[in-house]
Design a protein. Structure first.
Length: 195
């Protein structure tokens, strides 16, 4: 009788434990990705060894981060598809709401391992709330504006990649349908007027 080579096998607990192309469970993968977002991969390896009493190589943490990062990026891009600027139909202005909103953007440079310096673009949308406070110069009570309920989006990439992300956040936060908004010049580049 000739022995046949084994091409692969199925371990019955793989599905039950949630194992797939990796030896790590989904829960362990989440912890690896979470920790990989907080510290360099080599430090993450040391944390797992010291605190978790488990050897998890830095290369495995990197692979998990890449794998889940790609899934997250695809998910975010799918969410942004329905709110592209050309697809959103705004109601008549008589349906605008009274909550005052503001938008702002900023950016900074980040040194990405293996890629060098790249620009991070950040957009914020927030409600404007006024409160009576004592003016430090005049000592009189004045109505002061404050930004509250701040929501952010960020993109590491080009203006073309950032604009849909910022627009999706604005639509989600009802900025296009607010009667009064405060904004920077870039907002006008999206074809919206400030009031």
């Amino acid at each position: 009788m000739t022995a046949r080579p084994a091409n692969g096998g199925i371990f019955p607990l793989d599905n039950q434990l949630g194992l797939n192309a990796t030896v790590y469970s989904p829960q362990m993968g989440e912890k690896m990705v979470w920790l990989g977002g907080l510290a360099p991969y080599e430090q993450c390896e040391a944390v797992f060894k010291e605190i978790g009493e488990r050897f998890v190589p830095a290369s495995s943490i990197w692979r998990q981060t890449q794998r889940h990062g790609e899934r997250l990026q695809m998910h975010v891009e799918q969410q942004r598809l329905p709110v592209r600027i050309e697809r959103v139909v705004l109601p008549d202005s008589i349906h605008d709401h009274d909550q005052r909103k503001a938008v702002s953007l900023d950016g900074g440079m980040m040194n990405i391992r293996g890629e060098g310096w790249r620009e991070l673009k950040v957009g914020a949308v927030f409600d404007i709330e006024t409160r009576w406070e004592r003016n430090p110069q005049t000592q009189e009570l004045d109505e002061m504006a404050h930004g509250v309920n701040v929501h952010y989006t960020a993109v590491l990439g080009s203006q073309e990649a950032f604009t849909p992300a910022w627009w999706a956040l604005a639509v989600e936060q009802d900025v296009p349908t607010c009667a009064r908004k405060g904004c920077c010049g870039r907002w006008r580049s999206l074809g919206l007027e400030c009031g």
